[in-house]
Design a protein around this ligand. Sequence first.
Ligand code: 3PG
Length: 306
Amino acid sequence: MKVLIATQKPFSAAAVAGIKDIIVNAGHEFVALEKYPEQSDLVAAVADVDALIIRSDKVTAEVLDAAKNLKIVVRAGAGFDNVDLAAATSHNVVVMNTPGQNSNAVAELAIAMMIYMCRGQFTPATGSEIMGKTLGVQAFGNVGRLVGKKAEALGMKIMAIDPFIPAEKIKELGAEPAESVEDMYSKCDFISVHIPATPQTVKSLNYDLITKMPKGACLVNTARKEVVDEEGLAKALEDRQDLKYITDVAPDNYAELKEKFGARIFATPKKMGAQTAEANMNAGLAAANQIVDFFATGNTRFQVNK
Ligand code: 3PG
C-alpha cells in the first residue's frame, strides 16, 4: 500500500523518520508532501495513494474525488473538522484521529498562555498570579482534564463543563461541575476553551457569553478560531476594557483587534499547541501504527465517520 504523509506544517524530522520506519517495516511504501504551498498540490499528490496521514490539512470532497485508491485517512491529532466526513463516507474512506496523543502539549500551552497574560506578556508592568484564581474548563476531554490537573497543581480552583460528561463524573475527575456554560463564564477568572468546531459550537463564544466573565477575566482559546464569534469578541473587548483574550488560533480580524486592544489580546503567529517534539512523535507514530493495523487486521478503533 502507498502511504502519503501530507503536512503543510511538518512534523519534526525525527517523527517523520519514525513514521517512515513503521510504514516501510510493515511492507508499505512511504511518500511525503510537506510545506506544500497550494491545496492543488495535495489534490495532485493523493492520486494513487491508499492511505493518508494529515494534521490540519484540508481533506475536502475535491481531495477525496481525486484519491481513487484511498482507503483510510488518519488525522494525526484530535480535531477532525478539516476532513469532509460525509464525502469520506460516501467514498468508503475510513477517517480516524489519534485522540490524546498531543493533549499534553496543548494543555501546557494553555497554562503558559494564562501566565503570559497575567504577567503582561512578559513586560515589567506589575502583573498578577494564577494561584487562588478560578479556572473554567470548557469541555473536559483529554486536553481539558490535563489543563485542570496542571492548573490545580498551581493552586487554581477548577470548574468544568462538558455536554457529554455528567456532573458526577466531572466531580470524580476533581473539578466542580458548572450548572451551565453561562454559569461557568460568570464565575471564572480564566476560561480555557477545548470544544471542537461543529455546527453546534461555531460562533458559540459570543458577546453575551464573553461579557458574563468577571472583572479582569481572560479567555484562553487553544481550540479553534471558528468557535468564537469575532464580531462579538471585538464588541466585548470594546465595551469591557478589563477583559483579555489569548489564542493559539488568530481570529480573521486579529490585526484590527491588536491595533485597538494592544496587550489585552494576543494570538500566536501559527497554531503551535501540538507543535512539540513529543506530541509530533506521539501523534505521528500513532497515526502510522493505526494505518498499519488497519491494513493488517481491519482494526477501525478511533474511526470518526462510523
Ligand atoms: C488537534 O486538533 O490535534 C490540534 O489542533 C493540533 O493541530 P495541528 O496538528 O495542526 O497542530
